[in-house]
Design a protein around this ligand. Structure first.
Ligand code: ZN
Length: 245
């Protein structure tokens, strides 16, 4: 199975990566779903919704700053480095991610489609066009205000009550329909519409290499190679960064 996966990656001419929360968790990032999910302690309706941000921006931003701080010092694991290496080798390797932590970019990857947005930037809630990196300076006085028009700023993640960014979703589906290989990492393939992306790849004849220690919603098929291992352990081997022993 591992050998077949190595061969498929080597031969692939239009590969695409698709990642979910499990990829982040391996780096120690706390995530929304799963055992230690932050949602267990807080109500998402209050803390991460567009209505919460409008009615209690200070509360929402305080919680959000806490989230950013729990992510401080988290570095991309060996699996991310393997993907960066594969991207440089292939020339073109789009990365579609459900994660908002920016670890793919931090690992040096380009062509990253963040379908749930990014927690590393913020923009004007009134959409005047202002956007900024989230620095400690901006997070000092909460809520932060737009220097251009005076509205409050919003984190650039998709909040409850909002649709996913349509352009990025369309682009992701286009890539899925056109790829010959999709490497699906750390996602249970349960949260729609993102979960439809690997299924779109399958329906269009692509092969899927799935890396996840646990069972997912992907079907058992000749076109799905399921490797029940951690991404940080197996990806360096699959992309040729490490020799098989
Ligand atoms: Zn503004």
């Amino acid at each position: 199975m591992i050998n077949r996966a190595i061969e498929l990656i080597r031969k692939s001419t239009r590969p695409v990566i698709f990642t979910g929360a499990g990829m982040s968790r391996e780096s120690g990032m706390r995530t929304f779903r799963g055992e230690d999910g932050l949602w267990k302690q807080y109500s998402p309706e209050q803390l991460s919704s567009i209505s919460g941000l409008r009615s209690a921006p200070e509360v929402v931003w305080n919680w959000y700053r806490m989230r950013l701080m729990t992510g401080e010092g988290v570095v991309p694991h060996a699996g991310y480095k393997a993907l960066t290496y594969l991207q440089s080798k292939k020339g073109k390797l789009p990365v579609i991610t459900q994660n908002v932590d920016g670890l793919h970019r931090l690992a040096g990857q380009t062509d990253v489609l963040e379908i749930h947005g990014s927690m590393r930037t913020a923009s004007c809630l009134d959409e005047c066009g202002f956007s900024t990196e989230l620095t400690s300076g901006i997070l000092k006085n909460l809520p932060p205000f737009c220097p251009d028009c005076g509205a409050i700023l919003r984190p650039d993640i998709v909040l409850f009550g909002e649709l996913l960014p349509q352009k990025i979703i369309s682009k992701s589906y286009e890539l899925a329909e056109d790829c010959d290989l999709m490497i699906v990492i750390g996602t249970s393939v349960q949260v729609w519409p993102a979960a439809g992306i690997p299924f779109a790849a399958l329906e269009n004849g692509a092969v899927i290499i799935e890396i996840n220690p646990v069972q997912t919603e992907l079907p058992r098929s000749d076109h799905v190679i399921s490797i029940r291992r951690k991404a940080g352990e197996i990806l360096p081997l699959l992309v040729g960064l490490e020799e098989k022993t």
